[in-house]
Structure formats: C-alpha cells, structure tokens
Design a protein around this ligand. Structure first.
Ligand SMILES: NC(=O)c1ccc[n+]([C@@H]2O[C@H](COP(=O)([O-])OP(=O)(O)OC[C@H]3O[C@@H](n4cnc5c(N)ncnc54)[C@H](O)[C@@H]3O)[C@@H](O)[C@H]2O)c1
Length: 270
C-alpha cells in the first residue's frame, strides 16, 4: 500500500542499476514516485526500470553534456523534476598483496612490533588515471548532476538532492586516499550548494553509509569482510534496503528542515 507522499514525483537515481541505487529506486517507487534509472550498464538499468515501472537513462555521469541533456529531457517530458540521487560510484581497486601487508601490520601493532611495520605504498603506487577516475565519477558526477538539476529545481522552487558520500568521507581509512578525498569533497559540496539554494525550496543533503552488502564489495575476500565486521560495532554489514529508508526520508517532505545535513548510517563506525 502506497503512503502516497511521493505520488507523481519524478526521481532520477544515478547508478541505479545495482546495489543501493536499485534499492533506492524500489523504495521510492513503492511510495508512488516515477523513476528514471541512470547507469552505464544498460541491461542492469533496464531491469530495475522495468521492475519499478520507470525508464532507463543510459549515460556516464562524468559526461556533463550527456548529464545536462538527460536532465533537460526528463524535466521537459514530465514537466517537473523532484528528486535527484547522486549515487553512481566505483570501488577502489583492491590489491590482495597490500591487504596482506595491512593485516600483518595490524598484528605487529598489537604485539608492539612497530619497528617491523612494512609500508603498503598505497599512495605512492596510485596512478594518475586511478586518481582521476575516482574523483571524476564521484565528485564531478555529483557536481554535473546537481548543476543540471538546479537549472530546473530552482525555477520551480522545489526539489531534493541526495548525495551518496561514505563514512570514508567522515572517517577516512588508510589505503584508499582517492576514494576518501572524493567522498569528503562531496560533503563540502553538499553543504555549500545547500546553503545557496535552501531559500528557493531546494534541499540538498548527504548520506554517509558504512559498509553495505552490494556488488561493490564483491572484490573483497572473506578475510577482509571479516575484518570489516569485526570493526563495525553492530557486527554486520548494512543491507541496501536499510540505507533506502534514510534516502526515502531525505527525498520526501518528512525531512523539510534538513538542509546541507550529513547522515551517517554506519553501524557504529562514526
Ligand atoms: N557498498 C558500500 O559499502 C558503500 C559504502 C558507502 C558508500 N557507498 C557508495 O554508494 C554508492 C552506490 O554503491 P553500491 O555499493 O550500490 O555499488 P554498486 O557497484 O552495486 O552500484 C554502483 C552502480 O553505479 C554504476 N556506475 C559506475 N560508474 C558510473 C558512471 N560513470 N556513470 C553512471 N553509472 C555508473 C555502476 O554501473 C553500478 O550499477 C557509490 O557512490 C558508493 O561509493 C557504497
């Protein structure tokens, strides 16, 4: 049964073909929203779109012209644009060797053998391409989407933008400086843009999930996942559906006083 609070609202979810984006789409559709599912994966976006009775919009969020064109077309087609969820993202590429060094270092720290710690060289080994791609997809993608959406939301004096950051933007971990920097920058971007447009009826907020059980974590081996569970006070990963409740709150009128606010859902990490 629909609560009806999002009836007819037009919602765009980037990276909506998988994981959290797909869960957000399903959650908002269940409250009556009309969904546009963006992704670079055409098949995945098509499946989610067909599940929620919405449409797919296939483009790369790092392509600003494509982002502008898609948002302009959606706003013209539906006559409105109510919610944008900037969610598309990639995981840092894992390196089993560096993970092993980190694990061994943890044991050496516990045993007080600080002289024997081995450098992981994670930052030294990070290539220009890896850095650029990470910042481009997360930070530039969020900027391109927000800019395109505000061109419609500010004049209509209504809208909600939800940016998916990470606990790594609030409490960074060693080994993934590009991911942490991108996610932290999204928080500052969220606050600045939110202050600019709040008086015009547009709210912009950020969510900082802890570790969520999605395909993004597929590259992690069992030991790495066990390490995450061990460090997470609640003792487990989140489900994408749990995060979708936070996003649902921020998308709708229930969060009317939330402006530039940052919502961790971290299982106790932050
Ligand atoms: N899973 C986690 O533990 C976790 C924790 C905190 C934050 N996040 C963030 O949540 C968001 C969603 O992650 P997820 O876990 O659902 O991952 P996921 O891999 O399941 O989904 C990400 C989706 O984004 C799409 N995508 C990637 N690059 C794109 C691009 N350039 N343009 C358009 N689409 C693109 C992918 O095709 C994929 O469908 C990401 O921003 C991620 O950084 C994830």
């Amino acid at each position: 049964m629909n609560s009806g609070t999002l009836d007819g609202q037009v919602v765009v979810v980037t990276g909506g073909g998988s994981g959290m984006g797909a869960a957000f789409a399903r959650r908002l559709a269940s409250d009556g929203a009309r969904l546009v599912i963006n992704d670079v994966n055409e098949v995945a976006a098509g499946e989610v779109a067909s599940d929620v009775g919405g449409e797919a919009a296939i483009f790369d969020v790092t392509d600003s012209l494509a982002f502008n064109a898609a948002i302009d077309r959606i706003a013209a087609h539906y006559g409105r644009l109510d919610v944008l969820i900037n969610n598309a993202g990639i995981a840092p590429t894992g390196d089993a060797n560096k993970r092993e060094i980190s694990m061994a270092n943890q044991i050496k720290r516990i045993e007080g053998r600080y002289d024997e710690l081995t450098p992981t060289d994670s930052t030294v080994d990070l290539s220009d391409e890896e850095w650029d791609r990470m910042i481009k997809i997360h930070l530039y993608g969020t900027f391109y989407g927000t800019r395109a959406a505000l061109r419609h939301m500010t004049p209509q004096r209504r809208g909600s933008i939800v940016n998916i950051s990470s606990i790594m933007g609030l409490r960074p971990s060693a080994g993934i400086p590009h991911y942490c920097a991108a996610k932290a920058a999204i928080i500052a971007f969220t606050k600045s843009t939110a202050q600019e447009v709040a008086a015009f009826g547009v709210r912009i907020n950020a969510v900082c999930p802890g570790f969520v059980d999605t395909p993004m974590l597929d590259s992690m081996d069992d030991l790495a996942l066990a390490g995450i569970r061990m460090q997470t006070p609640i003792g487990r990963l989140a489900s994408a559906e749990e995060l979708s409740q936070v996003v649902r709150f921020l998308a709708g009128p229930e969060s009317s006083y939330c402006v530039g606010d940052v919502f961790p859902a971290s299982g106790g990490w932050v």
